[in-house]
Design a protein around this ligand. Structure first.
Ligand code: SAM
Length: 290
């Protein structure tokens, strides 16, 4: 099956290139609120972060077809000793937009595969009460639905082609509310500085919530994991990314390194306006206050 993939370099607060109801599934991992290393100082304050989630929820609702699913990989974030309740706030924001909150899955990373520091080390150095900080091995996957899905809208042929392998479903524990999946390791070169999620996460969600030939949206495309998996599973895809410099990473990851046919892989650079893209150089200068 021939599929089409489109990367739009622009801020997804406006998904103006997409008509209403174009997409059949949204899978994404929004930026983590001022996470140490990846997004240190990226947002002015927590309110501006929540404002970003609100605009993203509203545009997602607009471009998603009726009956379809939106999935966020997100989690509460500890910044300077304060834990921000991002998951609960995101759920409320998506509900206020009109989505139905359907489920939460906990993604558990293997013990010893921590991405950032071993916080539990504080207690090992100071084995006394009050020195406890747990290592975080969990993230949330929250699942929403826009309206009701019409199962009869899918042809018999496409249903058959998109059938889920029930052995894979059972053997790999897809049926549980805990998914044990190895995270992308910090040393991985291609995803350096992007906080990518593993292919397996996108793989399960795309298989469970879309049919072949449909269109998968990722408004925070990063290194292009969702696009890579959508292509592999014979779905079309469209992604937004604010950092212009990531084109090469996305091309390599999706195996479109030398693709020039716009009908297969299209790169759009938003021209002007408030919701343009930025460059890594710009982010660096902003962080340094220049
Ligand atoms: C957590 S990463 C996503 C990683 C992705 N799931 C992957 O596997 O590579 C979030 C991405 O969103 C991008 N981003 C942040 N704010 C954005 C915005 N307003 N519009 C579009 N992209 C944005 C960041 O540059 C970053 O690459």
């Amino acid at each position: 099956m021939n599929t089409k993939h489109k990367v739009i370099f622009g801020n997804c607060m406006s998904m103006e290139e997409l008509p209403d109801s174009l997409c059949h599934l949204m899978v994404t991992s929004p930026p983590y609120f001022n996470a140490p290393f990846d997004y240190d100082g990226f947002f002015r304050n927590y309110d501006s972060y929540l404002g970003m989630l609100e605009k993203f929820a509203s545009e997602t609702y607009r471009v998603l077809q009726d009956g379809r699913i939106a999935v966020l990989n997100i989690d509460d974030m500890l910044v300077n000793g304060v834990k921000y309740p991002i998951t609960a706030d995101a759920i409320k924001i998506f509900q206020n937009e009109g989505f139905r909150y359907r489920d939460k899955i906990i993604w558990k990373k293997p013990d010893g595969y921590l991405r950032i520091s071993r916080r539990s080390g504080v207690l090992l150095k100071n084995p006394y009460p009050m020195y406890f900080y747990p290592d975080n091995l969990l993230e949330s996957i929250i699942i929403f639905q826009k309206g009701k899905f019409n199962y009869y809208s899918i042809s018999k042929e496409i249903r058959q082609k998109s059938k889920i392998d029930t052995k894979e479903f059972q053997d790999n524990g897809w049926y549980k509310t805990i998914w044990e999946i190895t995270n992308v390791l910090p040393g991985s070169k291609l995803e350096k500085g992007v906080a990518a999620f593993p292919d397996e996460l996108a793989y399960r969600l795309i298989k469970l919530f879309s049919y072949k030939g449909e269109t998968i949206l990722d408004p925070f495309l990063g290194s292009g994991t969702t696009m890579k998996v959508a292509k592999k599973l014979e779905r079309n895809s469209v992604g937004f990314e604010i950092i212009r410099d990531l084109e090469n990473v996305i091309r390599i990851k999706t195996d479109f390194e030398n693709e020039v046919d716009n009908n297969i892989f299209q790169v759009i650079e938003r021209g002007t306006g408030k919701y343009r893209f930025v460059t890594l150089d710009f982010i660096e200068r902003k962080k340094n206050g220049n």
